[in-house]
Ligand binder design. Structure first.
Ligand code: 3UK
Length: 508
């Protein structure tokens, strides 16, 4: 295993910005009507760091809320917080006051840098939280920028230890309440030195775009850390819906795109796929990638998707395969620098071909903010991600389900995503979620919640058709005995299905 070593004293913001030594006029960040060079990004983040220290009385170790959609200003603020020795806590731009209040309280946040478009919600939390200092930015202006522009161009970054906390990321709550995960300065480089260095392999000529906000570490890596680490260019989008993503790819000549499987499925259905010609590499993460989506994207663009499983607890992707090594039905192999195995009920590694709990180990690991579920996630030095996997003889990891989403019906193990994948191949099915429903006879039965394609009508006949459709593709015992049509499905802010919410909806 290639080992990654970092100096004992390390500030990730200066290390990342100093590493690439791009020509000073090289664009670092692009957005609608905005283009910032590496030098502009470095200087402005120095000046904001000075505002944090001198005007906002930030003390190293203080936690700073970064609230707003992905913009060059938010990126400059992120680097500034780290330079000033603060701990960055990015939050999803659409959070409501009650949710934001919980995050501020849990992370004991004292300072905030906030986009004017979402400041109201932050102000609502003021009376009930520890938050004391707020500065607001507005596009290329605002109070914060006015203060910043009066500061010197240089700033001596705080001499942080490599294992000082640099950020706290909150999980998206696929299985319940969001949990805060702490990551060190060195972790920010470690994800670049594992996934980016060995799998993505960007060059300084690449232009990145992604749909995930910085608050989702998939987005922080793919839209900020990796491009800066490579001395490349990042296009920042405030809204990353599939049509907006496709438009940005055309407008900016994007070469690397990172988004979720659903988004690739929807982009592949857009007219005029020629506009995606500039693309070179595409990363899919966040949810299992259906083989049909991989195929559709290859047919549409000629590009083999780079699937990768990551987690907030691990900061970024730990199992993946590049475009040459990709294998349909498998997420990939352990990323160089990271170890992975499949554990049995007894906590011992299973031989290849057996289904069990995925366990990973590497330079980055889970460190929950409160004790929360630390002992469930980290066992004997292994991070237990909560996913069920099978490892093949040659080290490929095949995703089965979230451990909570394995359905046991009449003694059979049925992975919810496999049934969903079969249903999604039907042209009338737009979205679906499969869960186990309690059943006296069978223990559990397979239940499917289905959103139909626009203008389609639900009927009993269609239910039967869909059941047959599944039986014809996968083992017949896996077919959904129960089907319900819905207008929409419960999802997290990062767009993931909340199967637990469907289970809670339906008491035994
Ligand atoms: C699931 C996948 C199958 C899996 C994330 C890339 O998703 C990220 O972090 P979260 O904390 O969720 C983690 C869980 O999501 N998952 C993610 N990717 C895949 N399942 N195939 C995949 N390719 O259950 C995992 O445990 O929201 C992804 C980078 C950074 C991230 N934080």
């Amino acid at each position: 295993l290639p080992e990654v070593r970092y100096p004992e004293r390390l500030n990730a913001a200066t290390a990342l910005l100093a590493r690439a030594t791009p020509p000073p006029d090289k664009p670092a960040l692009l957005a609608e009507g905005v283009s910032w060079t590496y030098r502009e990004l470095d200087v402005l983040s120095n000046q904001i760091a000075a505002v944090l220290r001198d005007d906002m009385q930030l003390i190293p170790g203080n936690r700073v809320l970064l609230h707003g959609p992905n913009t060059p200003m938010l990126a400059a603020c992120w680097f500034a917080v780290l330079k000033a020795g603060g701990v960055a806590v990015s939050t999803m731009p659409l959070l409501r006051a009650a949710e934001l209040g919980k995050v501020i309280a849990k992370a004991e946040i004292s300072h905030a840098l906030c986009d004017a478009s979402c400041v109201a919600v932050v102000r609502e939390t003021l009376s009930t939280t520890t938050l004391r200092q707020i500065q607001i930015f507005e596009g290329e202006g605002g109070e914060l920028l006015e203060l910043a522009r009066r500061k010197p161009e240089r700033f001596e970054a705080v001499d942080t230890a490599a294992d000082d906390v640099a950020l706290i990321a909150f999980t998206s709550g696929t299985t319940g309440q969001p949990k805060g995960c702490m990551h060190f300065h060195r972790d920010l480089l470690a994800v670049c030195d594992t996934f980016a260095r060995h799998i993505l392999r960007p060059t300084s000529d690449d232009i990145f775009v992604g749909s995930a906000p910085f608050a989702f570490t998939f987005g922080l890596g793919a839209c900020l850390l990796f491009p800066v680490w490579a001395g490349a260019t990042a296009v920042l989008l405030e809204h990353g819906s599939p049509p907006q993503l496709a438009a940005a790819i055309e407008q900016f000549g994007v070469t690397i795109c990172a988004t979720a499987p659903t988004s690739y499925r929807m982009m592949a259905a857009l007219p005029n796929l020629d506009s995606l010609q500039s693309l070179r590499k595409c990363v899919s993460a966040g949810e299992a990638l259906p083989a049909a989506t991989r195929l559709r994207w290859r047919e549409a663009t000629g590009i083999e998707l780079i699937d990768g499983i990551g987690a907030t607890e691990m900061l970024h992707i730990f199992i993946s395969a590049d475009e040459h090594q990709a294998r349909p039905g498998a997420t990939g192999k352990a990323v160089p620098g990271i170890r992975a195995c499949v554990l049995g009920e007894d906590g011992q590694p299973l031989p290849p071909g057996r289904i069990g709990r995925l366990a990973v180990q590497g330079p980055v690991g889970c460190r929950y903010l409160a004790d929360e579920r630390q002992r469930d996630y980290v066992q004997h030095g292994w991070n237990i991600t909560g996913d069920t996997y099978l490892m093949t003889e040659d080290g490929y990891f095949e995703y089965q389900a979230r451990s909570d989403d394995m359905i046991v019906s009449s003694g059979y193990n049925i992975a919810a995503p496999e049934v969903e994948e079969a249903l999604l191949r039907h042209p009338l099915v737009a979205e679906c979620a499969v869960i186990g429903l309690p059943d006296e006879l069978r223990g559990q039965v397979v239940g499917a919640f289905i959103v139909l394609a626009p203008d389609q009508t639900a009927s009993e006949a269609l239910k039967i058709e869909l059941q047959l459709f599944v039986k014809n593709q996968i083992a017949p015992y896996k077919y959904p005995r129960f089907i319900e049509f819905r207008d929409d499905l419960p999802k997290t802010a990062t767009g993931k299905l909340q199967r637990f919410a469907l289970r809670q909806d339906r008491p035994a």
